[in-house]
Ligand binder design. Structure first.
Ligand code: OGA
Ligand code: MN
Length: 258
């Protein structure tokens, strides 16, 4: 039933799921293997990890459980979640689903917005559909973090974040619906000059995130939201970082490169 719902709606919201990390991982594994952290996806050092490998810490707390300092490197890196993106589009095999479980949520703000890339594709005219049909983009964490002006990366991290190629138009393996595969990580189009690719992709994101394609999720503790990264993009709204906001993410890996 959940898979059928995902295929139809691409984002599902389940309220009142007071689950543990272990239960979240077990639930998620029903949909495929879980992504593990690795050098291409992270700046967190192994010794700073507080959670099991298959659980991502989506919180504003440091390893001592204190609110991040304003200029904490991890906080600045995590601000990338505010840009419209698809999780793990910078991996050779990008993700299928993400599952985000809200444990502690501030009283106001910090909504997560989801845009439907199937509807966005359908909303293009025939000329635009033809233009993007065979384009291939290059995705890297260097692009999304570069947009933020976060350039404080070691040579090793730079090398790890080497771009990967993803098709700009994808077809859903179950429904057959086409969608636009956009992400803040996409910084180039193969065969195009970079500035032309950037402005083109920016304009596509503007088209694809018109309010008519967007669902805004206002969090309550206990919400479990899951989405299909192959055909949606998401981004977080601002919130006053004087309160703790704690969520956990599991990410189901896709079956193959796009
Ligand atoms: C994520 C993400 C947004 C949020 O966990 O992949 O983008 O609202 N989170 O925390
Ligand atoms: Mn995300």
């Amino acid at each position: 039933a959940i898979e059928a719902g995902m295929d139809r709606y691409a984002v599902l919201v389940l309220h009142g799921q007071n689950i543990s990390d272990t239960q979240q991982a077990e639930l998620s594994r029903n949909f495929g293997a879980l992504e593990m952290p690795d050098k291409v996806s992270n700046i967190t050092k192994e010794e700073d990890r507080r959670l099991p490998e298959d659980i991502a810490d989506i919180s504003n707390l440091d390893r001592d459980n204190k609110l991040f300092e304003r200029d904490d490197r991890h906080r600045m890196f995590n601000l990338g979640n505010r840009l419209w993106h698809s999780d793990s589009s910078f991996r050779v095999v990008p993700s299928k689903y993400s599952l985000l479980s809200a444990r502690i949520i501030p009283e106001h703000d910090g909504d997560t917005e989801f845009a439907d890339m199937r509807a966005a594709y359908d909303g293009l005219d025939d000329a635009a559909k033809a233009e993007i049909e065979d384009l291939v983009c290059e995705h890297s964490l260097l692009t999304s973090r570069g947009t933020l002006g976060f350039t404080e990366l070691s040579d090793q991290e730079r090398a790890n974040f080497k771009p990967v190629r993803q098709c700009l138009v994808r077809r859903h393996p179950v429904t057959g619906r086409k969608s636009i595969y956009l992400s803040a990580h996409a910084g180039g189009i193969v065969g195009w000059p970079v500035p032309e690719a950037r402005i083109f992709l920016n304009e596509l994101i503007e088209h694809a995130t018109q309010r008519k394609f967007v669902h805004v999720h206002r969090w309550r503790a206990g919400d479990l939201v899951m989405w299909d990264n192959r055909c949606t993009i998401h981004g977080r709204a601002d919130f006053p970082e004087t309160a703790r906001r704690i969520l956990r993410r599991t990410t189901v890996t896709g079956a193959r490169p796009s």
